[in-house]
Write a protein that binds this ligand. Structure first.
Ligand SMILES: *Cc1c(COP(=O)(O)O)cnc(C)c1O
Length: 388
């Protein structure tokens, strides 16, 4: 067990700091919904859908109850399900894979690129079979996957591409917004995301009117008009209060993403001579720095040390999809996806959120240097005492 021996505290995210900066606007927006009492698919949902579609530079946006629902309903709108295979990447959050499983399709994995940690397009063709219907690239840590190469392969094989943009609100690839690059895209508004609600929420964006209409029905009991059910749907609607909150926050998103970018630059400068792997953003990509992720074989002892110094650091993700007990039935084994496996052992996410101060970044960076100097490549034992 780690004990915090420091009086300084650097949390991993700070939702309270963000709320206090916009409290009056948020409270007024929520109060308005309470006055309107249009709690289900109310006017804020429709307004937010239009505003978010415009932000993503696409024609349609459909609000749903989570990012995982957004992925699943997008698959269902393309009639992907039982007997079909969907390819995604082994180092992602479990929801990417679960959306495929919940749609009734089979998860097929490929490894990540060792530099950007996003889906490696070079591995796609070997994973495609005659059952393959779709690819879900993940814009991991805020950086878009290499979409041109992925779309090219998808086009050649007649596959649908659904972007998992749950970590990439506002990111760009060759100047185009994440969410506008595939056939459809899924966003999450989980509170800790770059654009986060005060509860669960999600969105599908697309330029395909048929798909948008299909998801509008699927999220609302499969009905086109009240009590007339065209398909067997769900109750997966975006909550009106959350939409009202998200409308306020969307106005700050670019400013918040700029702050994250500045923090990333500061970390990169301060850690440039530390013996750690720093994040690499591809030339064609603009990251929104959902996470700032460094790499070191001493990840676990560094993380323990940072926690002792009052610094929260995370792991994204400590177990790749193919080694999760829930996916034992896929038949993969250790060694199948070496980049994802090494990522799970070596990657460490440092505190990253707009309200982070320069002081805090300096402190985190300083502590990483201190650890590395003290450690000089020697492993710490369980008590955190230098060995050898
Ligand atoms: C957060 C996230 C999801 C799921 O979003 P929820 O809204 O929590 O369901 C899916 N994929 C990735 C990559 C995510 O980070």
């Amino acid at each position: 067990m780690s004990t915090n021996t420091s009086s300084r505290q650097v949390p991993f995210v700070d939702l309270k700091a963000q709320y206090s900066a916009i409290q009056a606007e948020i409270n007024a927006a929520i109060e308005q919904v309470l006055h309107n009492t249009d709690f289900i698919l109310g006017q804020d949902v429709e307004a937010f859908e239009q505003e978010f579609a415009a932000y993503c530079e696409v024609a349609y946006a459909v609000g749903v109850d989570s990012g995982m629902s957004a992925l699943e309903l997008a698959l269902r709108a393309y009639e992907i399900g039982s007997g079909d295979e969907v390819i995604t990447v082994a180092n992602t959050f479990i929801a990417t894979a679960l959306s495929i499983t919940n749609a009734g399709a089979r998860v097929v994995l490929v490894d990540a690129d060792p530099i950007t940690y996003t889906l490696d397009p070079a591995q796609l063709e070997a994973a495609i079979t005659k059952r393959t219907r779709a690819i879900i690239p993940v814009h991991l840590y805020g950086q878009p996957a290499d979409m041109d190469r992925i779309m090219q392969i998808a086009h050649k094989h007649g596959l649908i591409v659904i972007e998992d943009a749950c970590q990439a609100h506002g990111a760009r690839y060759k100047g185009r917004r994440a969410g506008s690059l595939g056939h459809a895209a899924a966003f999450s508004f989980y509170p800790g995301k770059n654009l986060g609600a005060y509860g669960d929420g999600g969105m599908v964006v697309t330029n395909d009117e048929r798909v948008a209409n299909s998801i509008r029905m699927l999220r609302n009991y499969g009905q086109r008009e009240k009590y007339h059910h065209v398909v067997q749907g769900y109750n997966r609607r975006l909550d009106t209060i959350q939409a009202a909150v998200l409308r306020v926050k969307l106005r700050y998103l670019d400013q918040w993403n700029d702050a994250r970018r500045q923090h990333a630059t500061r970390y990169n400068v301060l850690l440039s001579d530390a013996p750690v792997t720093l994040p690499v953003v591809a030339d064609q990509a603009e990251s929104v720095w959902h996470l700032f992720v460094i790499g070191t074989p001493q990840r676990d002892s560094l993380r323990k040390y940072l926690i002792e110094q009052g610094i929260s650091a995370g792991m994204h993700y400590p177990v790749p999809i193919h080694l999760q007990p829930a996916y034992a039935d896929l038949g993969y084994k250790k060694g199948d996806f070496p980049v994802s496996e090494r990522s799970s052992e070596e990657l460490l996410s440092l505190p990253m959120y707009p309200e982070l101060t320069e002081d805090m970044i300096d402190y985190v960076s300083e502590q990483i240097h201190t650890f590395m100097r003290r450690n000089a490549g020697l492993p710490l034992n369980a008590q955190g005492i230098l060995q050898g």
